[in-house]
Write a protein that binds this ligand. Structure first.
Ligand code: ADP
Ligand code: MG
Length: 305
């Protein structure tokens, strides 16, 4: 081959490689505070402007959802967004026979939402249980109507909705690969490039440790644990996931990780299965084909895949 042809070919290859290199995806990351926790976003994109536009839009959506979704609802409240979240919550309440019950708010409030290590009066808790009954909640024309004396708490599902919203924003921007992390709950859009995302499941008894690693793509991963918000009195752990039958923290499991296409359902099922406990939780997950990883009090891992 003539040397000038060789030269042209080599130069052509170099140009192609340079162009391909400049089109390679980069990682754009952001971190902020919402829903009482750290939120992290990682986007793989070739377009810095679209990545930063997308991140800003997710930030505003989270700020809005946090401002409306983190309050307890104790009076008629008009809100199409909250009504949508509550409708899904009530579906899970029905499925779990009230293990997941958004009217748990009155009891959460009595526990001071687990912000200070103070035990509530046990008689008071028993007397408030009559207000915990999801069947008495009504929704009319996007207005939430708590039953008499009821307080609605969407804390077990609202973050999942925020993650679904984040995914919708990411898809609108045409971004194919992203991860959003909100204090234990995660939304995965696509894979990490061609690969799966590597998700560590926290060791419930070691804040720095990972007890298992999951390789996943395109799904929501929500974890409910007894180590997220809790206090210890006389060696006993009191945490924020309550059994609606007793008004006291659900016992039996220490962590539940749920994998589902829908962020709201991943979030609500993780909380619900935590409340159901080991035996009933396994039965429920199997019956409804829900992918879940349970960790029991002896730190044994049970996978329903
Ligand atoms: P986190 O919000 O820490 O990620 P979860 O998703 O498990 O954890 O939700 C726990 C929250 O769910 C509690 O802080 C409370 O707002 C709410 N909650 C607690 N117990 C129940 C229950 N039995 N049914 C529905 N919601 C609950
Ligand atoms: Mg939850």
């Amino acid at each position: 081959m003539k040397s000038w042809i060789k030269y042209l070919i080599v130069t052509g290859i170099i140009i192609v490689l340079l162009v391909a290199g400049s089109l390679r995806s980069r990682s754009y990351e952001a971190e902020w505070f919402a829903f009482d926790t750290v939120v992290r976003v990682k986007i793989l994109s070739r377009n810095p402007r679209s990545a930063s536009g997308c991140i800003n839009e997710i930030k505003s959506a989270f700020a809005y959802l946090d401002s409306v979704g983190s309050n307890l609802i104790d009076r008629p409240t008009y809100s199409p967004v909250l009504a949508e979240i509550l409708k899904e919550a009530l579906v899970v309440s029905e499925q779990t026979d009230g293990a997941f019950d958004p009217s748990i708010g009155i009891i959460e409030r009595e526990w001071g939402r687990f912000k200070k290590p103070i035990l509530p009066d046990s008689m008071k808790i028993v007397s408030l249980l009559k207000y915990v009954d999801y069947k008495k909640i009504r929704i009319r024309n996007d207005t939430i109507l708590p039953g008499e004396g009821q307080v609605i708490d969407l804390g077990g599902i609202a973050k999942g909705f925020a993650l679904d919203t984040a995914r919708a924003i990411i898809e609108k921007y045409g971004i194919k690969s992203a991860l959003i992390y909100a204090g234990g709950d995660i939304m995965l859009v696509g894979g990490k490039g061609k690969h799966s995302w590597k998700i560590g499941v926290r060791n419930p008894r070691d804040p720095e440790g990972i007890i298992d690693t999951l390789l996943l793509k395109d799904c929501a991963v929500a974890t409910s644990g007894d180590y997220e918000r809790y206090f210890i009195i006389d060696g006993k752990r009191y945490h924020h996931i309550l059994n609606p039958e007793t008004g006291y923290p659900a016992r039996g499991l220490v962590s539940v990780t749920c994998i589902h296409n829908n962020g709201m359902l991943a979030d609500a099922y993780a909380t619900a299965i935590f409340v159901l406990g080991k035996e009933k939780g396994i039965e429920f997950a199997k019956k409804n084909k829900i992918r879940v990883e349970l960790i029991d009090s002896s730190l044994k891992i049970i996978k329903i895949w």
